[in-house]
Write a protein of this length. Structure first.
Length: 130
């Protein structure tokens, strides 16, 4: 999409994405939570042993579903729920300021809330809402 000075940038249109065919996947939100917990049960102990700090990035955009598939990392509450699955300093998140802003989160308060679990940060500006 065109930007100032004849430059071009990437863009996302949820409306356009939703017109694409659904993925041939039949999965519920509860099943995704179960799968995520199973994955973290296997990965986080290995990460602890290896000294690795995985950093979960929020859904981009933070919507309830995309192309018929539920999404989990779309709210501050769900991020807390995910981090609570393993109370480990190795289990953390990527603090994408743009995504948390699109969630409607109070960014400074959310940084304070998750501060010790933030493993990576990046800043970007987003136009609009989720």
């Amino acid at each position: 999409m065109p930007l100032r000075g004849d430059s071009r940038t990437t863009a996302y249109s949820h409306e356009q994405s939703e017109r694409a065919p659904d993925y041939p996947v039949d999965v519920t939100e509860d099943e995704l939570w179960e799968n995520l917990e199973y994955f973290l049960d296997e990965v986080i102990p290995v990460a602890e042993e290896a000294g690795v700090d995985p950093a979960l990035h929020p859904d981009d955009p933070p919507v309830d579903s995309a192309r018929g598939i539920p999404r989990l990392v779309n709210s501050v509450e769900n991020v807390r729920r995910i981090l609570d699955l393993h109370d480990s300093p190795n289990h953390g998140l990527t603090f994408c300021q743009g995504n948390f802003s699109a969630m409607g989160a109070d960014v400074p308060e959310t940084i304070r809330r998750f501060g010790d679990r933030i493993h990576f940060v990046h800043f970007r500006d987003v136009d609009g809402t989720a």
